[in-house]
Ligand binder design. Structure first.
Ligand SMILES: Nc1nc2c(c(=O)[nH]1)N[C@H]1C(S)=C(S)[C@@H](COP(=O)(O)OP(=O)(O)OC[C@H]3O[C@@H](n4cnc5c(N)ncnc54)[C@H](O)[C@@H]3O)O[C@H]1N2
Ligand code: MOO
Length: 443
């Protein structure tokens, strides 16, 4: 914790053999660059191997545990892409020309779902509707709009010779039978549900839900809406992180706010680590005498892989393990907690679920300037202000910075990353851009 007014703080730590020693150590630890830290995280996290089978209706947002194959070819049969007439091309070519039209006798009608065994094998033309199975003798389908019917409705006339195979959707052209339709590690969204259903899969093998515990530390914290004591603030990190962790494949345990008291934090962390795959805390990561997370994790034999980052906001972010539980300690400042979770929380969840690839960030162009950059990769809220000559979104920086401010995020379209030790950002510089909402949300 940063130092809070003394009347609100817990009594100063008394047992503290270790506090002074660790404190000093906390200040000395090297700052790790973000890509390096992400690599360390990926090596550290072991994917969950247990699987479960979920019906399609309950699979959205889960992660596929094995590659899924199709039970049938798609399309299942050769079928018509249009409403029209299925014809035998050789017969049409031989039909005499009459007023530039060729006529064929209509041998029957086939709609989607019909059995076609009643259609004679020597037929040369049938009425066919979209999705209907195509008889083997038919080699083209002519659209209804390019056809004239005789008065008695028994003959169809055509002015053009179609290309062989036109308007026929061939069996297996989309998906051959027993081929892989979704790779292991895919997060199931609307597209996957559709193809799984079309290919006859009623159940999906998914990674069992990830057990995640959330703990906000801070004696100043109160539930939103409560009467605030002097010096109190509302806890925004728990609701924010709860929202970020509200995913179908997460079993979330929320441990609401603990006081800045070493024993309480130590015992709560120990209990939560025992029962979860991932433990996310907020606050208490800095260097004051009330920042207990590092000491508490160490006291329960946890280890830190990374303790501080070249990241702004989010320098005092650490992660490691307590036995088999992955631990991520986010800084208390709300914007820092958000950035830290978006980078490291989501990476840990992906690694636990066995997802290895992440889409690269979009590119944008700065529509602002900054003086020389510092020694940390910096994330700033940006708004799209237009489109550049290169067709990229132009990004305008919002707000005056500061890891405690949430308001700029409300006006922003996303975050831009300013590289370490940049020479100062000039207008037109390319930046990685992480848009908050993409055009389509598929689940
Ligand atoms: N001497 C130094 N002081 C600080 C350093 C430093 O390097 N040396 N780093 C600063 C940076 S950067 C950050 S970020 C913060 C992070 O500190 P902590 O992780 O220990 O966080 P706290 O002190 O507990 O809280 C910081 C700030 O955020 C508010 N907060 C905490 N939890 C919540 C919550 N759940 N909801 C809303 N707001 C919360 C808290 O009241 C503080 O104002 O340390 C700097 N100090
Ligand atoms: O880096 Mo801290 O996370 O800026 O406030």
């Amino acid at each position: 914790m940063t130092d809070t007014p003394s009347h609100l703080s817990s009594p100063p730590e008394t047992q503290s053999c270790c506090s002074a020693r660790h404190h000093a150590a906390g200040q000395d630890v090297p700052l790790i660059k973000v890509p390096e830290a992400l690599d360390l995280l990926k090596v550290m996290v072991r994917p969950i191997l247990e699987q479960q089978s979920r019906p399609l209706g309950k699979a959205l947002g889960h992660v596929l545990a094995q590659a899924l194959t199709s039970h049938v070819p798609l399309p299942i049969n050769d079928n018509s892409a249009v409403d029209g007439y299925a014809i035998r091309l050789s017969a049409l070519k031989q039909a005499p020309l009459d007023h530039d039209m060729r006529s064929l006798p209509i041998a029957g009608r086939i709609a989607a779902g019909n059995d076609i065994s009643h259609i004679p094998s020597d037929a040369v033309c049938v009425r066919i509707l979209t999705g209907a199975s195509v008889p083997v003798w038919a080699d083209s389908i002519i659209m209804q709009e390019d056809t004239q019917l005789s008065e008695d409705g028994n003959f169809a006339s055509f002015s053009e010779l179609p290309t062989q195979g036109s308007n026929i959707r061939r069996q297996g052209e989309d998906v051959p039978q027993r081929s892989v339709i979704i790779e292991k590690g895919a997060r199931i969204d609307t597209r996957h549900i559709a193809i799984a259903a079309a290919s006859g899969n009623a159940q999906l093998p998914v990674v069992r839900p990830i057990r995640v515990a959330l703990l906000a530390t801070g004696s100043e914290l109160n539930h939103p809406g409560a009467d605030l004591p002097p010096g109190g603030i509302y806890d925004s990190n728990t609701p924010m992180l709860t929202a970020l962790l509200s995913r179908a494949n997460i079993d979330l345990t929320i441990h609401h706010m603990v006081q800045d008291k070493f024993e309480t934090i130590r015992d709560t962390l120990s209990h939560l680590a025992e029962n979860n795959d991932l433990l996310v805390t907020s606050g208490g990561m800095s260097v004051s005498d009330e920042d207990y997370i590092h000491r508490a994790i160490t006291a329960i034999s946890g280890t830190f892989e990374v303790h501080k980052l070249r990241l702004k906001p989010g320098k005092p972010l650490g992660f490691g393990k307590v036995k088999n539980c992955v631990f991520i300690g986010l800084p208390g400042n709300p914007f820092a907690a958000l950035v830290g979770f978006l980078l490291f929380g989501t990476a840990a969840l992906d690694a636990l679920a066995g997802i290895s690839s992440k889409p690269a960030p979009m590119q944008g162009e700065a529509d602002f300037t900054t003086p020389n950059g510092g020694t940390r990769l910096e994330f700033v809220p940006v708004r799209i202000s237009g489109t550049s000559e290169n067709g990229l979104p132009k990004l305008d920086k919002i707000g005056r910075g500061g890891s405690a401010r949430l308001r700029p995020l409300i006006e922003a379209d996303g975050l831009a990353a300013l590289p370490i030790a940049n020479q100062g950002i000039a207008k037109g510089d390319r930046l990685d851009f992480y848009e908050f909402h993409c055009a389509f949300e598929l689940g």
